[in-house]
Design a protein around this ligand. Structure first.
Ligand SMILES: CCCCCCCCCCC/C=C/C(=O)SCCNC(=O)CCNC(=O)[C@H](O)C(C)(C)COP(=O)(O)OP(=O)(O)OC[C@H]1O[C@@H](n2cnc3c(N)ncnc32)[C@H](O)[C@@H]1OP(=O)(O)O
Length: 389
C-alpha cells in the first residue's frame, strides 16, 4: 500500500480517512526558503514509500501543517470526531516549533523512512536479524513475528537452566516489543526433549535439597511467564516433544505440528510428576481419561492423536510444514495487534489466578519428587545410558 491510498485501504479505523496533506502540494510562501527543494522532494518521495503506519502518518501530517501554516490555529474537533481529533492533537503537540525546523524534521523523517524501506525490501540472512545475548536460543523479529527458536539441536533441544532463563528473558522482551505474535520452535529434528537431565548433576555445596528448592523456583517462574504472556503465543512443533516442552503447550494459544512430531510426558518413568499446569489444562483439553494416559502412564501420542484430542491445532506434512505454517503466521501477524491481544486476555484472564496457584502446587510437589529414590535412579540410568525413553 502506498501513502496515496484510499480510505478503504487503511486498516486501523481511528485514522482511516487520514490523508497525508503532503500530497496536497500547496506549500505556503513561508516554507519557500533554503530547504524548499528538499521539502518538495520529500513531498514527492513520500508518495513512493510503503505505508509507514498511522502513527508516522500523523507525525508527517503535523510536521507538514507546522511547516506550512505554523502553530495549530484551528478549533479542537469534538471528542467523537476521532480522526480529526488525532490529527489536531498531533499538530497541536508541536506547539510553537518554528516552520523551518518543522520543514527540516519533515525532510529528515521522510529520508529515514526511505532508507529503512530500502533496507527492508531486501531479505537479510537470519544471522543478521538475530537478536544478540542468547546462547541457547536464536531469537529473531520479522514481519511482526518474534520467533524464539531453541537451539541445541545436538542435544535434541534439551532445556538447561540457562535455556529456561533465556526463554524467560526472550518472552519478557517479546511481550514489550512491537511484534503482534510470538512463536516458540526448535532447531533440528526435535522440538525439545524436555528438561536436560544433566540439570540434576551440578549439586551445590549446600546439598541436593537446595538444588531442588532452586529448581522449583526456576520451574515456577518459567511457567508463570507462559501464563502471563500477553500476546498470541504459537508453538511450531517441528519434531518430537518430550516432558515440559509438551506440558506447557496447554498454555499456548495455537499449536501447529509436523506429522513427524510426537508428544510424550514420561513423568512416572522418571519418578516425577506433571508440571506446566498440565494437571489442570490436559484434563480440561482432552478429558480426564486421556490426560491420565499421558500424564500418569506416559503414553506417547502421534501428532494426529494429539490433534484429535485438542492439544494440537493442526498437523501439516513434514515436507511442507515450515512453508505452510509461516505463510499462515505471516497472514495472522497482519491482523490488528491490539484486538488480538485483547481477545487473548478475554479468553485467558479469568483463569490466570487459578493457573498461578496450580503452577505453585505442581512445583512444590515436584520439588519433593526430585529428592525421591525413584527420580534419582531414573536420572542416573539415563545419564549412565542404561535407559532411554
Ligand atoms: C533438582 C533438579 C532441578 C533441576 C531444575 C529443573 C527445572 C525445571 C524442571 C521441569 C521438569 C521437567 C521435566 C521433563 O521435561 S521430563 C522429560 C525429560 N526428558 C527425557 O527424559 C528425555 C531423555 N532423552 C532421551 O530419552 C533421548 O535422548 C531421546 C529419546 C530424546 C532421543 O534419543 P536419540 O537416540 O534420538 O538421541 P540421543 O539420546 O543420542 O540424544 C542426542 C544427545 O542429546 C542428549 N539428550 C537428549 N535429550 C536429553 C535430555 N533430556 N537431557 C540431557 N541430554 C539429552 C543425549 O544424551 C545425547 O547426548 P550425547 O550425544 O552427548 O550422548
Amino acid at each position: 500500500a502506498r501513502l496515496a491510498y484510499s480510505a478503504e485501504q487503511i486498516s486501523v479505523p481511528v485514522c482511516s480517512s487520514l490523508q497525508v496533506p503532503a500530497l496536497q502540494l500547496h506549500v505556503s510562501k513561508t516554507a519557500m526558503r533554503a530547504s524548499q527543494k528538499d521539502f518538495e522532494s520529500a513531498l514527492s518521495q513520500v508518495k513512493l514509500l510503503k505505508d509507514p503506519g498511522n502513527e508516522v502518518k500523523l507525525k508527517l501530517y503535523a510536521l507538514y501543517k507546522q511547516a506550512t501554516e505554523g502553530p495549530c490555529n484551528t478549533p479542537k474537533p469534538g471528542v467523537f470526531d476521532l480522526i480529526n481529533k488525532a490529527k489536531w492533537d498531533a499538530w497541536n503537540a508541536l506547539g510553537s516549533l518554528p516552520k523551518e525546523t518543522a520543514r527540516q524534521n519533515y525532510v529528515d523523517l521522510v529520508s529515514g523512512l526511505s532508507s529503512s524501506s530500502d533496507s527492508s525490501s531486501q531479505v537479510k540472512p537470519e544471522a543478521d536479524r538475530k537478536q544478540p545475548g542468547y546462547e541457547t536460543l536464536v531469537v529473531t523479529s520479522e514481519d511482526s513475528i518474534t520467533k524464539i527458536m531453541m537451539n541445541r539441536p545436538a542435544k535434541k533441544n534439551a532445556m538447561t537452566t540457562q535455556m529456561y532463563n533465556e526463554i524467560m528473558l526472550a518472552l519478557k522482551a517479546a511481550s514489550k516489543d512491537d511484534s503482534a505474535i510470538t512463536v516458540l520452535t526448535g532447531n533440528g529434528d526435535y522440538y525439545s526433549s524436555g528438561n536436560d537431565l544433566s540439570n540434576f548433576t551440578d549439586i551445590p555445596p549446600e546439598g541436593i535439597e537446595e538444588k531442588a528448592k532452586s529448581g522449583a523456583i526456576l520451574l515456577r517462574d518459567f511457567v508463570d511467564c507462559f501464563i502471563d504472556f500477553p500476546k498470541p503465543l504459537i508453538a511450531v512443533v517441528n519434531g518430537p516433544a518430550v516432558g515440559i516442552s509438551v506440558t506447557i503447550l496447554g498454555l499456548f494459544d495455537t499449536v501447529y505440528a509436523s506429522n513427524r512430531a510426537t508428544f510424550h510426558t514420561p513423568f512416572s518413568h522418571l519418578g516425577q510428576s506433571p508440571e506446566g499446569c498440565s494437571s489442570y489444562t490436559f484434563p480440561k483439553i482432552m478429558g480426564p481419561a486421556k490426560a491420565a494416559e499421558m500424564l500418569i502412564f506416559g503414553k506417547k501420542l502421534t501428532a494426529a492423536e494429539a490433534c484429535a484430542q485438542g492439544l494440537v491445532t493442526e498437523v501439516f506434512p513434514d515436507s511442507t510444514f515450515q512453508k505452510e505454517v509461516w505463510t499462515r503466521l505471516k497472514a495472522y501477524s497482519k491482523l490488528p495487534p491490539n484486538a488480538m491481544r485483547i481477545s487473548k486476555q478475554v479468553i485467558r484472564n479469568r483463569e490466570k489466578e487459578k493457573l498461578h496457584a496450580i503452577n505453585a502446587e505442581e512445583s512444590r510437589v515436584l520439588q519433593e519428587r526430585w529428592l525421591s529414590d525413584e527420580c534419582t535412579n531414573a536420572v542416573m540410568n539415563f545419564l549412565t545410558r542404561k535407559a532411554k525413553l
